[in-house]
Design a binder for this molecule. Structure first.
Ligand SMILES: Nc1ncnc2c1ncn2[C@@H]1O[C@H](COP(=O)(O)OP(=O)(O)O)[C@@H](O)[C@H]1O
Ligand SMILES: [Mg+2]
Length: 322
């Protein structure tokens, strides 16, 4: 495999804030590479540098061998990008948005027209061809933005949080299309703050926090780590005085912490833990007033993977949508 993206000691400052602290990694041609991190980690900054929108303060990066700053035209020709903030023109129809994109990428009109129909089909947008973008749903707009990034058939596609803020059906369509494009040879660079998403569609995942890459791992390891640190939230009418006290009754819980009156328990076996909690309730007469299985926290997965206790991490979304 050859490298589709190389990043070497890339740094970026906004005033005194070091948004990227000298990150390095490679993405191989044909990979779906996940860039996973909490809000403010530096994901969008990285995408903006790699797609030629921002200049780095230090380091270098290439796309298919072309330097993103010195040879930016060659690099840009080969990439498609879907930004976090939509670049769909609300007053244009889906068709005109796509044709406009074709002009930007110098795709001949006749070829563009054929591709527009094909793209509208695969994104289930055919009946919205002449609808103004402002009249279509958020999910449709996101799909249109992805279609626009594909009009020139790029070899590398950057997607900055493509599934954030859209309905679940759109999330699934987008993930299917990512896999389909990838199976046709398109290299995908996908940012996300969703551990589940990263672990289900990526071949490799880089974890970024506060401008530093902390780990590059396989989705299997990510999944396994996430499985070991699932969480169960429980509240009793009479809360136990100490977390350690209740742990004696719950051998399946590896850790307990308090959040308000709720106990957050970490486990690799939520079902067995549920049994133990019921048993505890029967033995002690404490009534369960709240029970939930919110999934693993990013912090726990992070510690599990890296062995490092981070100074601080933003809350991560580990929705159970896949
Ligand atoms: N234009 C900007 N000016 C100043 N600070 C910025 C700017 N863009 C991003 N930042 C800051 O840089 C850090 C990284 O931001 P960003 O790359 O957008 O992270 P992410 O996409 O992972 O949420 C954050 O602390 C953010 O507040
Ligand atoms: Mg971002």
């Amino acid at each position: 495999m050859s490298a589709a993206i190389t990043v070497n000691n890339l740094s970026k400052k906004y005033g005194t804030l070091e948004a990227l602290k000298g990150i390095s990694f490679e993405v191989q041609s044909g990979e779906i590479f996940g860039f996973l991190g909490p809000n403010g980690a530096g994901k969008t900054t990285t995408v903006n540098i790699l797609t030629g929108i921002l200049r780095p303060n230090g380091g270098s990066a290439t796309i298919l061998g072309h330097d993103v700053t010195k040879d930016s035209y060659q690099a840009k020709e080969r990439i498609g990008v879907v930004h976090e903030v939509s670049n769909v023109y609300p007053e244009y129809s889906a068709y005109n948005n796509l044709m406009f994109s074709a002009v930007l990428y110098s795709v001949p009109r006749k070829i563009a027209r054929e591709r527009v129909d094909y793209l509208l089909d695969i994104f289930f947008l055919r009946d919205k061809k002449y609808a103004k973008a402002r009249k279509i749903s958020q999910g449709m707009k996101r799909k249109l933005a992805i279609a626009m990034a594909l009009i020139h058939q790029p070899q590398v596609l950057f997607l900055d949080e493509p599934t954030t803020g859209v309905d679940i059906a759109t999330v699934f369509t987008i993930r299917e299309i990512i896999k389909e494009l990838n199976s046709r040879g398109v290299t995908i660079f996908l940012t996300t703050h969703n551990i589940n998403e990263a672990s289900i569609i990526c071949h490799r995942v880089a974890i970024i926090n506060k401008g530093e890459i902390i780990a590059i791992d396989t989705p299997e390891n990510l999944r396994k780590a996430a499985k070991r640190v699932q969480s169960v939230e429980v509240e009793f009418d009479v809360p136990p005085a100490k977390e350690a006290e209740i742990l004696e009754y719950l051998p399946s819980a590896s850790k307990a912490s308090k959040r308000g009156d709720k106990l957050i328990l970490t486990t690799d076996d939520p079902h067995r833990l549920m049994e133990e909690i019921l048993e505890y309730s029967r033995k002690t007469g404490c009534v369960i007033t709240h029970f939930n299985t919110p999934g693993p926290s990013f912090e726990d997965v992070f510690i599990e993977l890296t062995g490092i206790k981070p100074k601080s991490l933003s809350a991560m979304d580990v929705s159970r949508d896949g």
